[in-house]
Design a protein around this ligand. Structure first.
Ligand code: TXA
Ligand code: MG
Length: 323
């Protein structure tokens, strides 16, 4: 399949690109588009055959639920079977933006979107291209990150092409994603809201709006110590082994790896947490392609604003392995 690539940095001046993308989605095809977090691979959420094409292109196990993107909180209410007060408050506080709410699903949402479960993850994205596409299509868009399954999420159109060129008909290039990490995911179907994935909206920010929440134990970065590798889901991993260590141990570790015939690369992460989040996946992709045998970096502090970056680094690492 030929993959078209449309520049679409300013959707106001790129109506043709948006129209073509919306037409493909109406025909049941998939389209890669930018959001403020990472690039998504979208399909009409109400069309099971279209959603099946997402799984096919990504090589993704079909039990994983997919986030449904809508244009507004009122559109979100139409695809949820109920809309608790917490949803209203969180939508008012953080939408459009990088927060996904897991709610009971409305019967209009097909099984293939929810992985057969009774809940649906919903998000109103802030990126102008995503918004223009939702407006042009006028129906919800199911979209996971636009990478091959188990690869690092794409934060540039080039990353999407590296993973999916030849497998999808169109990539909308909106430039680099500003956020750089996937949305925060919170379930509102549990007795106490449960944070399922850390992201750019921090747990404390959510608690300021709806009171206490629980953090799922799969968010291993909430613990200060390195967890056992078995607990980690390596969803965000580079192919090269990533080793995390303390700042003052870096040189020792690099020397040890070289002594053993390795060719490690030292990743120096940006000092500012927002810059670091925005560039983390790009930096990891570059290091992965550099031919190094190991990627070595230090973990940022266990502070609220660094938690999402720590989470992704911990997931990408394989502690204790291959030293
Ligand atoms: O920022 C993002 O969230 C990006 C952009 C494209 O919106 N999307 C994204 O999708 O990261 P994906 O499929 O790569 O990750 C979706 C996450 C998974 O961890 C999935 O298990 C969880 O959201 N999720 C989606 N629907 C869910 C549901 N109904 N119940 C529990 N978890 C759900
Ligand atoms: Mg993903």
């Amino acid at each position: 399949m030929l993959t078209k690539w449309f520049e679409c940095v300013d959707p106001e001046n790129q109506q043709d690109a948006i129209t073509e993308a919306a037409n493909l989605l109406k025909e049941g095809q998939v389209v890669a588009f930018p959001t403020e977090t990472v690039y998504g691979l979208g399909a009409n959420a109400l069309n099971p055959e279209a959603v099946a094409r997402i799984y096919e292109a990504k090589g993704r196990p079909s039990r994983n639920p997919i986030i449904v993107h809508v244009a507004s909180a009122s559109a979100a209410q139409e695809i949820a079977a109920n809309w608790p007060p917490a949803a209203l408050s969180l939508a008012e506080a953080f939408w459009p933006g990088p927060l996904t709410l897991v709610l009971p699903r409305h019967s209009c949402i097909p099984d293939i979107v929810t992985g057969g479960g009774n809940t649906v993850g919903i998000r109103v994205p802030a990126h102008p291209v995503a918004r223009a596409l939702l407006t042009a299509l006028d129906c919800p868009i199911a979209a996971p990150s636009a990478n091959r399954s188990n690869h690092i999420s794409p934060t540039r159109a080039e990353h999407v092409a590296a993973d999916l060129a030849g497998r999808i008909p169109l990539i909308l290039d909106g430039g680099p994603c500003k956020g750089g990490l996937e949305s925060t995911v919170i379930s509102l179907v549990t007795p106490i809201p449960l944070l399922l994935r850390l992201g750019l909206i921090e747990p404390e920010q959510i608690e300021q709006v709806i009171g206490p929440i629980l953090i799922s134990s799969t968010n291993i970065s909430s613990s200060a110590t390195l967890p056992s590798p078995g607990m980690m889901s390596r969803h965000y991993a580079p192919e090269t082994t990533l080793l995390l260590t303390e700042d003052d141990q870096i040189e020792t570790l690099l020397a040890l790896l070289r002594q053993r015939g390795g060719n490690p690369t030292h990743l120096e992460l940006p000092d500012d947490h927002e810059t670091c989040a925005a560039h983390l996946y790009e930096i990891l992709r570059e290091a992965d392609a550099s031919g190094a045998t190991h990627i070595v970096t230090s973990l940022p502090p266990a502070e609220g604003r660094w938690m999402a970056v720590r989470d992704r680094l911990l997931r990408a690492a394989t502690p204790g392995q291959d030293l």
